[in-house]
Design a protein around this ligand. Structure first.
Ligand code: SAM
Length: 150
């Protein structure tokens, strides 16, 4: 992965993600491929595992794992992303809505997990200013929300 704008490949997407499972998730969630991704978690155990997974999946060169809450890190703050993924919980997702909008580039897509079906409405309401949102899937009481930047 590169964090240097000049080194971004022409195809694929730039991804911002929170997960501990960096290195596995981007391949699953961007089946068309991704150019590079930045992955943040505020739990150092999660970021350690994420770095290991990125190496095991031979994605270490395209993946940068960062210890940060939300986008609160200088390396994250300077980027706009094509795809923003977050698997947290409804309350932090609601708090992060303006931050995610600020870092979602023109035409960017977003996917949010960790939301109970009954919380979907309030999370969608928080994101509506920045994104056109919908419930994309429901599984065992959990909703996957997806959207596009307005
Ligand atoms: C449900 S787990 C997701 C696990 C893994 N990320 C995945 O997608 O499979 C939620 C993760 O979000 C992290 N987290 C919670 N609030 C956060 C925040 N404000 N910024 C960054 N990470 C956060 C937690 O430390 C935890 O690792």
């Amino acid at each position: 992965m590169s964090i240097d704008d000049n080194r971004r490949p022409q195809d694929g997407a730039n991804i911002a993600h929170d997960p501990a499972h960096a290195g596995a998730k981007p391949a699953e969630l961007a089946p068309g491929g991704f150019a590079w991704g930045m992955f943040a978690d505020n739990d150092p155990i999660a970021t350690t595992i994420a770095r290991d997974n990125a190496r095991l999946n031979r994605l270490a060169r395209r993946v940068q794992v960062i210890d940060a809450a939300g986008f609160a890190h200088p390396l994250l703050r300077r980027h706009q992303f094509d795809l923003v993924l977050a698997n947290i919980l409804a309350r932090p997702l609601i708090d992060l809505a303006p931050v995610f909008a600020a870092h979602a580039g023109r035409g960017a897509r977003i996917a949010l997990a960790g939301v109970l079906v009954e919380q979907a409405g309030q999370v969608i309401a928080a994101y509506e200013a920045g994104f056109v949102m919908r419930v994309n899937a429901v599984l065992e009481g959990w909703a996957l929300l997806a959207g596009e930047r307005r």
